[in-house]
Design a protein around this ligand. Sequence first.
Ligand SMILES: Cc1cc2nc3c(=O)[nH]c(=O)nc-3n(C[C@H](O)[C@H](O)[C@H](O)COP(=O)(O)O)c2cc1C
Length: 260
Amino acid sequence: MERLSVSVVYFSPTRTSAAIARAIAAGMGNVAVKEYDITCDAPESIRLDSDIAIMAVPVYGGRVAETAVERLKHVSTSVALAVPVVVYGNRDYEDALLELKDIIGEQGFVSLAAAAFICEHSYSRPEMPIAEGRPDAEDLEKARNFGATIVAKFAGIKKGKELLPLQVKGNYPYRVKGTSAPIAPVVDAEKCLLCGVCVDLCPVDAITIAGDKISTDPVLCIKCCACVKYCPEDARSFDTPYTAMLHEKCKLRREPEYFV
Ligand SMILES: Cc1cc2nc3c(=O)[nH]c(=O)nc-3n(C[C@H](O)[C@H](O)[C@H](O)COP(=O)(O)O)c2cc1C
């Protein structure tokens, strides 16, 4: 068989969706991989012409993260088969995978396989961990194995096996997200060196530095916590009662689910 071409597309503020998408691609063997990171850049238009596109996004409120929904509207194809993948913080992914499959379906992608993986929750803190350290070695191995499964299914299709519509978990109408108050991470001015790492990482440009003042617009902030996780001075924190609640309620380890 000719060398497969694979696009790896992800929206991934705290990089776990990216890690899963890359591990899936790695498990596909000797394929030509091209990455599209749509986390911080709103693409004008990306037209994918690869054989397969792995599309990985985080689950926010049981749905696809809203910023990812917007960004994915600029990614389309007329040839690529897709692998929608949602990554969630060990609570639940509810209708997110179905929603993702539908969104990319609108953009011309026919889904070949799909999966839901688990990662450390954005709100996890060392003192109140939620799926801390995930994806771990076991998750990544499962992701690579899933990559091999995708290749096997693709080979079958190429040999003439019919591609039936893919069924994934989820319901219509999609879960209605609860409203969330406009809050944002807070900065410890003693620790913050105004280095600007957070400004560069924020997917929605919610953080600005003017003179010696740093501010985060709570209306723009999507609470992804990339700025908290990657602050080199540990100067940012995001306190929400959800952290303690999730820490208590989501202790049971959930495992990846596949739809092939
Ligand atoms: C606003 C928000 C809402 C979230 N909602 C959920 C959820 O409904 N279920 C869940 O298990 N995890 C939830 N999470 C955790 C994220 O799914 C998880 O941290 C995410 O997959 C991280 O992806 P990334 O590392 O690619 O940014 C939420 C996180 C945020 C920031």
